[in-house]
Write a protein that binds this ligand. Structure first.
Ligand SMILES: O=C(O)CCC(=O)C(=O)O
Length: 320
């Protein structure tokens, strides 16, 4: 990394000194060496695979996704769709309707290149989770994703589960992108504490939590914001709201790259990550999708035609 723009996280400057920020190591050279890929995943907690996907296929998925987003009236009229040039004032972090009934995106994420990679890496038939997270990041306050590990969201199946973060467009530094905290997956204390939490677990012996959940479940409805706030949860999901404080506490650098269409960043359930601000007027789009061996236990929240996700039926009580 030579000349870097000022990285920001929710409008706060991030330290871009070499001690604080570094490049992701590419593992394209090891694609044919499963043993080496496993060693790198064990050592680094991620595999950065520039060019793993077919660029034309990514372009097709980008176009079909932008077409769906354009229906939401986000973009400046009269501009090429591919520019994804935002109208002033649009605020967005995700767009979960975009992956639904979107064959080019489905083919990209669950078709040959990605699945062949995972079959080789995991050594057997692969089962992706059925839920696709679609990120759509505008240059507005509170759009960047806060530091977290995926285990707290999808830890009810095997831990031998991996996230693919797939940019649907070229992402220069100014547009933000994913940051991985170096060696965070090896932090045993983090794994024993935050890593044991589950975003859908609540303290059933505190206040009216059990009654509130019971009522909502009986009515088959989501919790209201007020109900959510009145319950003590195992975690709110994020590890911290401040990537600088996280680095000071846990050590390591934030690692990133200027991502290109066709790159994939794969990481483990215990790898701490976040994203940084999109500082352009163009929408940044990407997906996160997840893969495991078909033979291993799977988190029921994320499978099926209409996965229940973090809905009312996923909530579990515990004695705190
Ligand atoms: O794209 C982002 O901002 C966050 C992605 C993420 O958190 C993930 O892939 O687990």
């Amino acid at each position: 990394m030579t000349t870097l723009p000022q990285f920001r996280f929710n409008e706060q400057a991030l330290d871009a000194s070499p001690a604080a920020l570094g490049p992701l190591r590419s593992s394209t050279d090891a694609l044919d060496d499963r043993g080496e890929l496993h060693q790198r995943m064990a050592l680094d907690g991620y595999l950065f695979l520039p060019g793993l996907l077919d660029r034309d296929q990514v372009q097709a998925a980008r176009t079909s996704s932008l077409e769906r987003l354009a229906e939401q009236d986000l973009f400046l009229p009269g501009q090429p769709l591919d520019e994804a040039l935002l109208k002033p004032g649009v605020h967005m972090r995700s767009a979960q309707s975009v992956p639904l009934d979107n064959p080019p995106l489905f083919d990209l994420l669950y078709g040959s290149h990605m699945i062949e990679f995972y079959e080789s890496f995991l050594g057997g038939p692969v089962r992706p989770l059925d839920y696709t997270w679609f990120r759509a990041k505008t240059p507005t306050q509170d759009s960047a994703t806060k530091p977290h590990c995926d285990i707290v969201y999808m830890g009810r199946g095997t831990e031998n589960l991996y996230t693919s973060w797939t940019p649907l467009g070229d992402i220069p530094y100014e547009m933000g992108g994913l940051l991985v905290l170096e060696k965070s997956h090896l932090n045993e204390e983090l794994k024993r504490t935050y890593g044991q939490t589950d975003v859908d677990v609540y303290c059933e012996n505190e206040g009216d939590a059990a009654e509130i959940i019971g009522r909502a479940r009986a009515a088959n409805r989501a919790l209201t914001r007020e109900e959510m706030d009145s319950i003590r949860w195992s975690t709110d999901g994020v590890y911290s709201h401040d990537p600088t404080a996280v680095r000071t506490e846990l050590g390591g650098r934030w690692l990133t790259a200027e991502f290109q269409m066709s790159d994939v960043l794969i990481f483990s359930m215990h790898t701490l990550h976040c994203s940084h601000d999109n500082q352009t007027r163009h929408l940044r789009i990407s997906t996160d999708s997840r893969y495991q061996l078909a033979s291993e236990p799977i988190d029921p929240r994320w499978i099926g035609d209409d996965p229940p996700g973090n809905g009312i039926h996923a909530k579990r009580g515990t004695i705190c």
